[in-house]
Design a protein around this ligand. Structure first.
Ligand code: KG4
Ligand code: ZN
Length: 350
């Protein structure tokens, strides 16, 4: 296998059908079809709708990626696919497609972990990841802090959300402010016109007694409730709701806790690199605050550009390429989709 393997990655764990192609750390194609508009009126992703959309999009998205990269399936060294975690039916579409392509073209297949792929994608922008590193994954389904000693072998979870994920909090708060779905981008935009210090919303799990047991864990459910109560009180009193201030103050509460805990984890483990991934890593306030605080702590922050932070096929290809280059054995062709795949498993073992 070459040092710079040509790897194709397929992502279908949620509402984005993604096919990416990389050579080593170089991105050649990143084709994406999203079903987000079909979920908007429900205020969240509807699994059956997502599965059907993947079925319709997978073949054309695959073709687009191959065309964009100017390669054929025959040129590919390995196929990587998200095996989990994610929506069971949605994962199945990608895994079944990957198996079909792998079988037809006689290529090795790697069933990979979606969360580890969110970390690996940064190598496409910033080159090999220095290890050890601390990774913070903040998406619609997950908020975790991880210690990355060796991304090919497994990562050590340091903490995670005990209730809502960070992206989920953005989506729920946007919904109660009547802003639509997904909430993150619209709150990000609206917050630019607001004052982040206008309302003192709670910072979950940061009190000394909580830090003793949940130092690297997150909680966003109390914050969401606090925003709901604050808005209700305003509406009851007949005063207008200052939407931009609420958005900015809520966003600041989330980003304050995320960055404080991530840098605390770097300090505790003597780590000088923090990589941030997942959809919420696209947040402009989070990126700015992380940069500011990391600079003070002597930590280098690596955050991929926003298009690579949200779900895509390139991240799966990036992790696949890393595994191939490290000589990791491929997964068996009958690999399962595992909706609850644990982070201790980076790829389905061969
Ligand atoms: O990683 P991702 O695309 O899918 C999952 O694996 O969940 O993350 C989607 C989440 C959504 O909750 C969305 O609201 C949030 O990422 N998000 C953002 C931003 N862009 C997307 N949250 C805050 N600020 C943003 N700019
Ligand atoms: Zn994701």
């Amino acid at each position: 296998m070459p040092d710079e393997p040509l790897v194709l990655g397929i992502e279908t764990s949620c509402d984005e059908t993604g096919v990416g192609i990389v050579r080593g750390h170089t991105l050649l194609a990143d084709a994406l079809a999203s079903s987000v508009d079909q979920h908007a009126r429900f205020g969240g992703v509807v699994p059956e709708v997502a599965s059907r959309a993947h079925l319709e999009a997978i073949v054309p998205t695959m073709q687009r990626a191959l065309d964009d990269a100017g390669v054929t399936l025959r040129d590919i060294d390995a196929i990587a696919v998200t095996a989990g975690p994610g929506l069971a039916g949605a994962l199945l579409v990608g895994v079944a497609a990957a198996k079909g392509y792998a079988l037809a073209a006689e290529k090795p297949i790697y069933g990979v972990n979606h969360l580890a792929a969110h970390v690996a994608v940064d190598t496409l922008e910033h080159g090999p990841l220095p290890e050890p590193a601390v990774a913070m994954l903040v998406s619609g389904g997950h908020s975790s802090l991880l210690l990355v000693d060796d991304l090919t072998a497994g990562v050590t979870p340091l903490g995670a959300t005990i209730d809502d994920a960070a992206g989920e909090a953005f989506d729920k708060v946007a919904r109660l402010l009547g802003m639509g779905f997904p909430g993150g981008p619209v709150i990000d935009r609206t917050a630019r016109d607001g004052d982040p210090r206008a309302i003192a919303f709670p910072r979950g799990l940061t009190a000394p007694k909580d830090l003793a047991t949940h130092r690297f864990d997150f909680s966003f459910s109390g914050l969401k409730t606090a925003v709901a109560r604050w808005v209700e009180a305003r509406e009851r009193s007949g005063e207008p709701v200052p939407v931009a201030d609420v958005a900015a103050s809520f966003q600041d509460a989330v980003c304050d806790v995320l960055t404080a805990k991530a840098l605390d984890a770097c300090r505790e483990h003597g780590v000088e690199t923090l990589v941030i991934g997942g959809g919420v890593a696209a947040n402009s306030r989070l990126r700015l605050l992380a940069e500011e605080r990391a600079a003070k702590a002597g930590v280098r922050v690596r955050v991929p550009r926003p298009q690579l932070c949200t779900d895509n096929g390139a991240m799966v290809a990036a992790l696949g390429s890393h595994l191939v280059a490290a000589g990791v054995a491929p997964s068996p062709l009958d690999l399962p989709a595992d909706s609850a795949m644990s982070l201790t498993s980076i790829a389905v073992a061969g």
